[in-house]
Design a protein around this ligand. Structure first.
Ligand SMILES: Cc1ncc(COP(=O)(O)O)c(C=O)c1O
Length: 438
C-alpha cells in the first residue's frame, strides 16, 4: 500500500480499539462507528456507503399533514390500534393504484416502521400452525429480519437466490416447502442488498407454491417503485409494481415510508394483509395470543403488546403522502430517481478501476441503478475487501452479513453527494494502483 489515505498505524490502532472480532464482517452500525472513529483519528472524511439512510428531504405532504395533526391535538391521545381511518383508506387506495390489488382498508395497518410490521408478522406467523415452525428467507436479505427471528426463537432457513433465478426457483422453493415446516417466506423486491428484482415469472412461481403448500408470502416493498428501469409511479396506470398478490391470496405487503417517501425518522409503515388471510381462522394461534383470526392476532396478539399502536401524528403524515401520490399531485419517483442517477455514476467509477458487480443481472437484463449495488475485486473475499478499502476512506458492508454465498460488498448510494463521486473515483484509483489485478 502506497496510495492509502488513512495511515496504516492509525487504522490499525482504531481496528484494535474497536474490539471487533473481524473488521470485514462487522454489521452496519459497527462499520459506521468504525468509519467515524477512523475519521476522527485520521482527519480523513470518509465516503460512507454503509448506511441505508435516505439522503433526501422528507416528502413535504407528509410534513404538512403531520404538523396539522399535531396542531389538531392528536399527540394527547392513543391512536386506534388498527390505525386512523385516513391512513387506512389511503393505504388501500395506494395498493389499488400502484399494485393493482384490492386490499380492504380494514386490513391496512400502520406499524412503527416496516421493521415492527415484520416483527409482528413473524410473531404471529410463527404460531399459526404447530406443524410449521420455520420461516424461509430468499436471500441475500436484510440482516435485521434474521435478528428478529433469533430474538423470537423462530427457526429459520435461507438460500441465496443467485443460483436459482427464473424457473430454477421452482424446484428449490418446492424442495424446502415440501418439508412441511415453513409457515412463511420473506423476500424484498427490489432486494436489499443486491438490487435484484424478481421477475413476473418468479413471483408467479412463489405465489403458486405458496398456494400449494399453504405458506404465507411476506413481500417486503421497502423500496417501492424504485426499479427505475420501469415507471410504476402513476396512480391507476400500468405498469404496476410487480407483486406476488397477483398469484396468491396468501400474502402480506410491507410498505415502508422510509425510502420511497424519505420518512424514515417518523417510523410509520403499512402492513397490507390480503383480505382472505386477514379473516382466516388459525386454531393453533389461540394458545399463543388468545386470538384465532389472523388479523386479530396481528393487532391484539402482537401490535398491542409491542407498542400499543403507531405514533398518531406519523399516521397522518403517511396518510398525507399517500393521498398526494394517490391524487397524482406528488410523484415520489421524481425525487428518489436521484439514487439511480448517482448509482450510475458510482458504478462507472467502480468499473473503470477493475471492480466487478457481484449481482449483475436479472435473468439477462442488467440490474437497475438504484439504492444499492454490490461489487467485488479480483483476489479479495468480501470481508478482506471491506477492510482493505477502509484505508482509502471508503466504508460499506460485506455481503457475508446478508446471507449471501457470493464474495462482495454492498454499496448504498443514498448518503454520498454528487460532488463526492469524483472523490470516490480518485480513491478507487488509488486502491487499484496499490492492488494490481494479476
Ligand atoms: C429490505 C428492508 N426492509 C425493511 C426495512 C425497514 O423499513 P422501515 O424503516 O420502514 O422500518 C429496510 C430498511 O432499510 C429494508 O432495507
Amino acid at each position: 500500500m502506497k496510495n492509502n489515505i488513512v495511515p496504516v498505524e492509525i487504522a490499525q490502532k482504531v481496528f484494535s480499539d474497536s474490539n471487533l472480532p473481524c473488521i470485514g464482517k462487522a454489521g452496519i452500525r459497527e462499520i459506521n462507528k468504525l468509519a467515524r472513529d477512523l475519521e476522527a483519528a485520521s482527519g480523513v472524511k470518509f465516503i460512507h456507503m454503509e448506511m441505508g439512510n435516505p439522503g433526501l428531504p422528507a416528502a413535504q405532504a407528509g410534513v404538512e399533514a403531520q404538523i396539522k395533526a399535531l396542531q389538531d391535538g392528536v399527540a394527547a391521545t392513543y391512536p386506534p390500534i388498527d390505525g386512523v381511518p385516513a391512513v387506512k383508506n389511503e393505504a388501500s387506495r395506494f395498493i389499488k393504484n400502484f399494485l393493482d390489488l384490492d386490499v380492504d382498508a380494514k386490513n391496512c395497518i400502520p406499524t412503527v416502521g416496516s421493521m415492527q410490521g415484520a416483527f409482528a408478522t413473524f410473531m404471529i406467523c410463527g404460531h399459526i400452525n404447530k406443524e410449521k415452525n420455520t420461516v424461509l428467507f430468499i436471500d441475500p436479505g436484510f440482516p435485521v429480519h434474521k435478528f428478529q427471528n433469533k430474538v423470537l426463537g423462530i427457526p429459520m432457513e435461507n438460500f441465496d437466490i443467485y443460483e436459482y433465478r427464473g424457473e430454477k426457483l421452482r424446484d428449490k422453493l418446492e424442495s424446502i416447502f415440501a418439508t412441511g415446516k415453513i409457515h412463511s417466506v420473506l423476500y424484498s423486491n427490489p432486494n436489499n442488498p443486491t438490487w435484484v428484482c424478481l421477475t413476473e415469472e418468479e413471483l408467479q412461481i412463489i405465489g403458486e407454491l405458496a398456494n400449494k403448500y399453504d405458506v404465507i408470502v411476506l413481500e417486503d416493498l421497502a423500496y417501492f417503485g424504485m426499479d427505475f428501469r420501469k415507471d410504476y409511479s402513476h396512480p391507476g396506470v400500468a405498469p404496476y409494481q410487480p407483486t406476488v398478490g397477483k398469484y396468491t391470496d396468501n400474502y402480506i405487503l410491507m410498505i415502508s415510508s422510509s425510502k420511497a417517501f424519505s420518512y424514515a425518522g417518523e417510523r410509520c409503515a403499512i402492513l397490507g394483509i390480503s383480505d382472505k388471510l386477514a379473516d382466516r381462522v388459525y386454531p393453533d394461534l389461540k394458545e399463543f395470543c388468545g386470538q384465532d383470526i389472523f388479523l386479530r392476532g396481528i393487532l391484539f396478539g402482537a401490535l398491542h403488546p409491542l407498542s400499543s399502536g403507531t405514533s398518531h401524528s406519523a399516521q397522518y403524515a403517511v396518510a398525507g403522502v399517500l393521498k398526494a401520490v394517490n391524487d397524482g399531485t406528488y410523484n415520489y419517483r421524481e425525487d428518489v430517481l436521484e439514487y439511480g442517477q448517482k448509482a450510475k455514476m458510482m458504478k462507472d467509477a467502480f468499473l473503470a478501476n477493475g471492480f466487478e458487480f457481484t449481482y449483475d443481472e436479472d435473468l439477462g437484463e442488467p440490474i437497475a441503478d438504484g439504492f444499492y449495488f454490490t461489487y467485488c475485486y479480483p483476489g479479495f473475499t468480501g470481508p478482506e475487501l471491506l477492510e482493505a478499502m477502509l484505508y482509502y476512506g471508503i466504508s460499506a458492508i460485506s455481503l457475508d452479513t446478508c446471507g449471501s454465498t457470493r464474495q462482495g460488498i454492498r454499496a448504498c448510494t443514498s448518503l454520498i453527494q454528487r460532488e463526492e463521486i469524483p472523490v470516490l473515483a480518485e480513491r478507487l484509483k488509488r486502491f487499484a494502483e496499490d492492488h494490481p489485478i494479476k
